[in-house]
Design a protein around this ligand. Structure first.
Ligand SMILES: NC(=O)c1ccc[n+]([C@@H]2O[C@H](COP(=O)([O-])OP(=O)(O)OC[C@H]3O[C@@H](n4cnc5c(N)ncnc54)[C@H](OP(=O)(O)O)[C@@H]3O)[C@@H](O)[C@H]2O)c1
Length: 305
C-alpha cells in the first residue's frame, strides 16, 4: 500500500516520504480500516510515541497521522462492536503505524460509527480537535454554564472546537491568536478576541478556565489569569506555571467512542463546524504538510477520492 513515512525527527515534515509499505494485519480486538481521509497534528513529530514503541525501542520508519475516517475491511480475532463495511472515524494508537496510508490497523474501541451523511473528510477533521476540546473543557476543566473561558489559538484546529463547545455549554468565550485570525475566532463563536501580537493578555482580567494550546511564555502568563478555584488546562506540554489558587492540568487526549458520537451528533445538527484549511491527496501530502503559505485550520489528506 501507499503510505507516508518519517525516519528522522530532526527532518520534521520536510523528511516525509511517500513509499510502499506492507498492509497491516488486524490483531486481537483490532479492525483494519481502508482510510478515506486522514489528519496529522502539528507537533506529532515531536511526540516520543512517533519514534518508539511502548518499550522505548526505535520503530522508525514511522507512518504518522492519528486521525482517520474510512471503512472497516477486516476484524481481528475476537473483535466486536464494529463490522466489515462499516463507516468509522476516530484515532489510531500513537505508538502504532498511523493513518497517512491506504490502510491502518486500529483497536475497535478507538473508533465510532460515522453516519452515512457525514463526509469522510469531516470525520477525519473533527476527531482529534473535537476529542481534545471535549476532554479539556468537560472532563478536565469541569466547565459549568455561566463561566468564562479564555481559549488560546481560537482560530486553530483545537481552539475552534473549544470555542464552539464552550459557547454551546453556556460559557463566555474570549479567544486569542494572531491579528489575522480575529474575525475567524469571532465566527466560531468567541465573544471577545485578544490579539497576542498587539494586545496585552493581562488586560483580560480573571477567568474560570484557560484552554492553552500554545504553551511557553503565553502558557506561563495564563496561570495568573485564573480566578480562585479555576483551572488552567494545557495540551502544549507540561505546565510551567500554576495558578496561585486553582488547578493546572496538562493532558494527552485518549480516543473515546461515546465522546466521538457526541461530537458527530453536533456536526450533523449544525452545532459544530469543522475547521479545514486544505484538502490534498496522498500523492500531494508531503507538499501539503510543507506549505509555502500559512494554512489556518487542518490539512486533511483525502486518501481515496
Ligand atoms: N495534548 C493533546 O492531547 C493534544 C491534542 C491535539 C493537539 N495538541 C497540540 O496542541 C497544539 C495545537 O494544535 P492545533 O491542531 O490546534 O494547531 P493549530 O491548528 O496550528 O492551532 C494553533 C493556533 O494557535 C496559533 N498560535 C500558535 N502560537 C501562537 C502565538 N505565539 N501567538 C498567537 N497565535 C499563536 C496558531 O497560529 P499559527 O498557525 O500562525 O502559528 C494557530 O492559529 C499543537 O502543538 C498540537 O501538537 C495536543
Amino acid at each position: 500500500m501507499k503510505a507516508i513515512v518519517v525516519t528522522d525527527q530532526a527532518g520534521g515534515t520536510a523528511g516525509m516520504k511517500l513509499v510502499e509499505r506492507p498492509e497491516p494485519q488486524a490483531a486481537i480486538n483490532d479492525v483494519v480500516v481502508q482510510v478515506h481521509a486522514s489528519g496529522f497534528t502539528s507537533g506529532e513529530l515531536t511526540w516520543p510515541s512517533t519514534w518508539t514503541d511502548r518499550l522505548d525501542r526505535d520503530r522508525s520508519p514511522t507512518i504518522p497521522g492519528q486521525e482517520l475516517a474510512g471503512v472497516v475491511t477486516a476484524l481481528g480475532y475476537g473483535t466486536t462492536g464494529l463490522s466489515v463495511g462499516q463507516r468509522v472515524f476516530g484515532l489510531s494508537d500513537s505508538y502504532r503505524s498511523g493513518t497517512l496510508a491506504e490502510y491502518v490497523a486500529v483497536e475497535a474501541r478507538n473508533l465510532a460509527p460515522l453516519p452515512g451523511d457525514v463526509d469522510f473528510s469531516v470525520g477525519a477533521a473533527v476527531a482529534m480537535p473535537g476529542l481534545t476540546a471535549w476532554q479539556g473543557l468537560f472532563v478536565h476543566g469541569r466547565l459549568q454554564a455561566g463561566q468564562s473561558v479564555l481559549v488560546h489559538g481560537a482560530a486553530g484546529a483545537v481552539g475552534s472546537m473549544v470555542t464552539q463547545l464552550a459557547r454551546e455549554a453556556g460559557a463566555y468565550v474570549i479567544g486569542t491568536g494572531r491579528a489575522a485570525d480575529h474575525q475567524k475566532a469571532l465566527d466560531f463563536g468567541a465573544q471577545e478576541f485578544v490579539d497576542l501580537e498587539n494586545d496585552v493578555l493581562e488586560d483580560v482580567g480573571g477567568v474560570h478556565l484557560v484552554f492553552d494550546v500554545i504553551g511557553g511564555d503565553i502558557g506561563k502568563r495564563s496561570a495568573d489569569l485564573i480566578r480562585t478555584g479555576g483551572t488552567l488546562v494545557t495540551i502544549a506540554g507540561p505546565t510551567e506555571a500554576r495558578p496561585a489558587d486553582g488547578l493546572a492540568i496538562d493532558f494527552v487526549l485518549v480516543s473515546d467512542r461515546a465522546q466521538l458520537s457526541e461530537i458527530v451528533k453536533r456536526v450533523r445538527d449544525g452545532r459544530l463546524r469543522t475547521n479545514i484549511g486544505n484538502i490534498a491527496t496522498l500523492d500531494e501530502a508531503v507538499a501539503a504538510f510543507n506549505p509555502t503559505r500559512r494554512i489556518s485550520g487542518k490539512t486533511i489528506i483525502r486518501v481515496r477520492p
